[in-house]
Design a protein around this ligand. Sequence first.
Ligand code: PEP
Length: 236
Amino acid sequence: MRRLIVANYKMNGDKKLFASIIKKINKLKVMDTKIVLCPPFVYLDEFKIKNKFVSLGCQDITIQDNSKSTGQISPKMLAEFQVKYVIVGHSERRKLGETDAQINEKVKICLNNDLLPIICVGEEKKSDKLDLVLCQVERALENTSKDNTPIIAYEPVWAIGTGKIPEPSRIDRMSEKIRAKIKDLGYQNCIVLYGGSVNKDNFSEIARSKIDGLLLGGVSLKIDEFIAIVKGIDNE
Ligand code: PEP
């Protein structure tokens, strides 16, 4: 099965670091893994990707699709940089007040503009009811065409950047619940990723769960570790 690995650089990096990352990424050979790199908007132009396994993504998209949007980035601008994927509804944006309704708008804007949304969902606390996550999935996908293959990144908020990860059985359970929910909603297929504190020591245990890939945050900035994870997943 083809795996998907997404790098979320968040508000990190600079021209020098990204130049060194791109140099190594362009030489990377994989057999069956797709890689998506999501830099901050201002660095999109630095990402001259010359590797057929690698695509460009970004970390958010604007809701308004008109000219009265100071400070925003339009889908047309993203297309000029060959952006294909957009992270939508990351917990760090939900914390800033982004609502399920806004996330749904963003998903629709992506789909209407040939961009693939990577929809982030996840419970805040380990003790939270997991059905909350399914509500996030349902609300994000409201009124979207059933011909799409939703990409859902299950990212427990308590695992992001904390060094804590869920037991693989919890990831399996969530992945199964998300797949069942998406099927119930009428979609034929979906891609389920896991994200939250993945590193070179824990990725292979996590990758044995019923997931289609990973969303990597902090470790994406350590290019050798990132490549080791990509190659490890590719060889599984
Ligand atoms: C993230 O922020 O999406 C993420 C997965 O971060 P980290 O890997 O650093 O926990």
